[in-house]
Design a protein around this ligand. Structure first.
Ligand code: BDR
Ligand code: CA
Length: 320
């Protein structure tokens, strides 16, 4: 049985690539929440590689007490495609070799672990997803009453008005398992969707990278080393070496440190057909021209604007 915590208990589900690593480091440095468990899923890398990356990150941070469960290798409707080496490097963390660790994953699968944590922290557990959401869909299949024990879900994924980043309309986390995303989005829990519309507007630049590389904290230096790889990938998007802060932005919104300003509650459906819109998050943003308007009965908050940029806050926590 997990000890009760006065901080808000958080379960993180991730496919530990470079921005996932930044999000983990950020959550470890956030006093508002307690990371009570991490599940991994295939996306940027395999679920097994994501767990290995996560355990090495936790070891570097001296947080080997946080349990890590390996989740689904394959998506609901197709086999794992090998990951995103061109974005995150072959090992998912930009080729950076983190020190070996004796830490190992727990025996439970990530979906089983999530269900157990929701029972142990019933009504309080908050879920953050920063990868494909296969584990979340599997947990919902195993336990349909799960939403009743989860206080909030924050998911990095999708694109509302913005273009996709894998296809013209599909964002990577949704693209990697649209069937699972459809299950998660239709479950009756309060869900905040953090799409590309806002994540690509938040960047780390050369000066942030320099700050991380000069840090005293080993984990801050390590994520700095990883970011070099990510910066190269993003030259085509930004026209300069920089990086989008997808997963850390979702984490900071979940923590409550960055506040959504333009974030209406609207219906969202995922295209899970085999056509050209596969993986698209179709957000019903009709009627939003004069400002955010909540749709009656909707339970998904789509973040289209935030109160401040993430960069300075993220850097401060990573260096603390
Ligand atoms: C998302 O896809 C992954 O490559 C990133 O880690 C992030 O979660 C952005 O589309
Ligand atoms: Ca991710």
């Amino acid at each position: 049985m997990t000890e009760p915590t006065s901080r808000r208990p958080v379960y993180l589900d991730c496919d530990t690539g470079i921005d996932d690593a930044l999000a983990i480091a950020y959550l470890l440095a956030s006093p508002e929440i307690e990371l009570v468990g991490i599940g991994t899923v295939s996306g940027n890398v395999s679920a097994a590689q994501a767990a290995d990356n996560t355990l090495r990150i936790l070891a570097l941070a001296g947080r080997g007490d946080i349990p890590v469960a390996v989740g689904s290798h394959d998506a609901l409707a197709r086999a794992f495609d090998g990951g995103a080496e061109h974005v995150h490097g072959g090992n998912g963390i930009g080729g950076v070799e983190l020190p070996d660790t004796d830490l190992t994953p727990i025996a439970e699968s990530a979906p089983e672990f999530l269900i157990r944590l929701a029972e142990e922290h019933a009504g309080r557990l908050e879920v953050i997803t920063i990868g494909p959401v296969t584990n979340i869909a599997l947990a919902l299949r195993l336990d349909q009453s799960l939403p009743g024990r989860v206080a909030a879900v924050t998911a990095m994924g999708g694109a509302a008005f913005a273009s996709g980043n894998v296809t013209p309309v599909a964002e990577a986390n949704i693209w990697n398992d649209p069937e699972a995303a459809a299950v998660m989005l239709s479950a009756p829990w309060p869900l905040t969707l953090v799409p590309l519309d806002v994540t690509v507007e938040n960047t780390f630049e050369e000066e942030h990278l320099a700050g991380l590389l000069a840090a005293e904290k080993p984990l801050a230096r390590a994520v700095g080393a990883m970011l070099g790889y990510y910066f190269d990938f993003y030259v085509d998007l930004y026209g300069r070496r920089a990086s989008a802060l997808h997963d850390p932005l979702a984490a900071a919104i979940a923590v409550g440190a960055i506040l959504p300003t333009n974030a209406p509650l609207v219906d969202v459906v995922v295209d899970a057909t085999a056509g050209p819109a596969r993986g698209q998050t179709i957000c019903d943003l009709r009627g939003q021209r004069l400002g955010p308007v909540d749709q009656p009965g909707a339970h998904i908050r789509v973040v289209l604007g935030t109160d401040r940029p993430l960069d300075a806050h993220l850097l401060e926590r990573l260096l603390a």
